[in-house]
Design a protein around this ligand. Structure first.
Ligand code: SF4
Length: 259
């Protein structure tokens, strides 16, 4: 098609399309609505008689008491399950009359306040990596909770209230889509990660690689200068937007002072 368009031109193409094939008016381009990352967590009305509830799972792992209670709830109440691309689980077809019973049962396994889900955990993803994936060069899922706590602590220490959409993988295959995150670590050697920055909260923009082999121990000291500038310059912007609005050389300079 591209060679045809290049040779014959758009005018010719539109004429052929209208005269011979489509035969309707071609409307002007429509602006797409802004995309939002919707995760369906918490309680939602499914239809008049039913609810569904989205439960956050860190890295999609469900085990122990949580797993058996959810299995019992599904069996007893004839629920449907949906697994989401965000590695969470939705319990569907909850009849109105069963809602409070299920709410109580979920409370027992820690799902008591689904209106107040930890923001950084909510959208963070990590791939299985070591020991499950033969391609992994380094850890991801197993250390995700620890890495999230480190980022959260840093944000709290710096009095930054906003959160950051974070992703992590054990190798550059990028199975948890790190290349659209605001901040991502992509395994590139033992305990070493590429640092990707500048994706967006709605995952519609590609991030860029800024460092190739950052030691995990250096995470805080590497990103702290960026967070300081973010805090000073654009409290309104998300972190990824802030990075994206700066010149690449400016971000690189900030990083080179550390690495
Ligand atoms: S990103 Fe790499 S290490 Fe992680 S699951 Fe995919 S292939 Fe394996």
């Amino acid at each position: 098609m591209k060679y045809l368009l290049n040779r014959k031109g758009i005018k010719w193409f539109k004429k052929i399309l209208l005269d011979k094939y489509f035969r309707k008016e071609i409307k002007p381009l429509r602006k797409e609505p802004e995309n939002k990352l919707i995760d369906y967590l918490g309680w939602h009305k499914q239809n008049e008689d039913y609810f569904f509830v989205g439960l956050p799972l860190l890295s999609g792992r469900l085990s122990g008491k949580k797993k058996s209670l959810i299995r019992d709830l599904v069996k007893e109440n004839d629920l449907n399950l949906r697994l989401t691309p965000n590695q969470d689980i939705l319990l569907c077809n909850i009849h109105n009359k069963n809602k409070s019973k299920i709410k109580k049962a979920l409370k027992k396994i820690g799902y008591d306040n689904l209106n107040d889900i930890n923001e950084i955990q909510r959208h963070a993803l990590a791939c299985p990596a070591l020991p499950l994936c033969g391609l992994a060069m380094t850890e991801a899922e197993r250390i995700l909770p620890e890495v999230l706590t480190r980022i959260e602590n840093l944000l709290t220490d710096m009095n930054i209230e906003k959160t950051i959409l974070f992703r992590m993988t054990g190798c550059p295959n990028g199975c948890t889509r790190p290349y659209m995150a605001e901040l991502a670590l992509v395994g590139s050697g033992q305990n070493k990660y590429q640092l990707w920055l500048g994706g967006s909260k709605n995952l519609q923009r590609l991030a860029k690689p800024y460092l190739q082999r950052m030691e995990l121990d250096d995470l805080e000291r590497t990103i702290k200068p960026l967070l300081e500038f973010w805090k000073k310059s654009s409290a309104e912007n998300d972190f990824g937007d802030f990075i994206n609005n700066q010149k690449e050389s400016f971000i690189k300079n900030l990083l080179s002072e550390i690495n």
